[in-house]
Design a protein. Structure first.
Length: 380
């Protein structure tokens, strides 16, 4: 993916979106600088699910083998009720053989992307607080996350909507012989997701509907006893897992609109574009936040390297990405409701899932073919 014309690019933010973009753009021949306000690329404990639509990008960047070495394959997603009883199974190994669904610790993914970006020639500057747009480049890419300072420059001020849900996340030691599967335990007004990570860890994310507000951020300290109390009635392996939690983070879940304007190519100063959470923050109920960021990064780089004039390249990028991201965000919003059903609605929904899993299990995977079978490297 070599570009016939290059110009300096500054990326604001060194998360998954910014570092993937830095790697892709530097490999395409663009001079790339990444500005990150943190003084070190520290990532607190968190797991990520990476589906085939993102793995195709990592393969094209030459990072496939490296990524497989620091992640684990996951063969299926099991949906269970609060007691631990099976509700349905999404069997990737059976209905998407070779589909390459994997799980990884966020810190290990960021470390890999940082190294790859530097190897490709990108310059990464830490401790850089960006208050105004850098003027010494042709394009500024806002990859600065859900609290982006770049997004309001294109879309004006926005007020996110608190979903009345908060989430805990924690890591515990992985039990011997654990299967590499994702388990979702669904209860009234709450659910818990867990899966193994490489390095002998188990990732836990637990979401509870609650009226009190929590800050929108991933590193607010929580109380493990509050987590255990909220899920005290859950069965299966959940009590044993939660008994081992010593440190936990807590954050509020907010809904943001997908940005209406993803770029600006005219006027004073450099052109501007948005990627990742800066463009389309999403609730964590489709496991596609990091995946969308990786897709964005490749497609923006491909558009810029396509030979189009900059305004046309950025317009093409938004036209390709906005409808897909809107659909993914909508699906995540739907899961936020479906996981927390109670009363008769919960009984009916779980009965339907059990019947579908027993009679037509392939449909549970096939209904998301539009998501997982998409190849961003063939989009431009």
């Amino acid at each position: 993916m070599a570009s016939p014309q290059t110009f300096p690019i500054t990326i604001v933010g060194a998360g998954v979106a910014g570092l993937t973009a830095a790697c892709a753009l530097a490999q395409a021949g663009f001079p790339v600088r990444v500005l990150e306000r943190a003084d070190a690329l520290r990532e607190v404990g968190a797991g990520l699910q990476i589906s085939p639509n993102a793995l195709s990008v990592l393969d094209r960047l030459g990072l496939g083998d490296r990524f497989r070495g620091l992640s684990l394959p996951t063969e299926r997603v099991e949906l269970r009720d609060a007691s631990g009883a099976a509700v349905a199974q999404v069997d990737f190994a059976r209905f998407r053989p070779g589909g390459r669904f994997r799980v990884v610790h966020r810190a290990r993914l960021v470390d890999m992307l940082e190294g790859a970006a530097r190897e490709a020639g990108a310059v990464i500057e830490l401790g850089q607080e960006v208050a105004t747009l850098p003027g010494d480049c042709g394009l500024v890419i806002g990859a600065d996350g859900v609290k982006s300072r770049i997004r309001p420059l294109l879309n004006g001020p926005e007020t996110p909507f608190f979903t009345r849900q908060s989430a805990w996340r924690a890591l515990i030691p992985l039990e011997p012989g654990a299967e590499t599967k994702v388990q979702v335990f669904m209860g009234p007004e709450r659910h818990l997701v867990s899966y193994p990570l490489a390095g002998g860890l188990r990732n836990i994310v637990a979401v509870l509907e609650r009226p009190d507000w929590q800050d929108e951020g991933w590193s607010q300290p929580g109380d493990p006893n509050d987590l255990r109390a909220a899920f005290a009635r859950f069965g299966g392996p959940v009590p044993e897992w939660l008994a081992q939690v010593e440190d936990v983070s807590l954050w509020g879940l907010f809904r943001h609109p997908v940005a209406q304007h993803w770029y600006r190519a005219e006027g004073d100063g450099p052109a501007v574009a948005l990627i990742g959470d800066a463009a389309h923050p999403t609730l964590p109920f489709m496991a596609q936040g990091a995946v969308m960021a990786i897709e964005d990064a490749w497609i923006l780089a491909a558009c810029l390297a396509s030979g189009r004039a900059l305004p046309e390249a950025l317009a093409h990028f938004q036209a390709l990405r906005q409808p897909r991201c809107l659909r993914i965000v909508k699906a995540a919003n739907g899961n936020a409701r479906n996981y927390h059903l109670k009363g008769p609605a919960r009984a009916v929904a779980h009965a339907g899932l059990r019947a579908l899993s027993r009679l037509a299990p392939g449909q549970l995977v096939g209904r998301f073919a539009w998501l997982y079978d998409y190849d961003p490297t063939a989009a431009v």
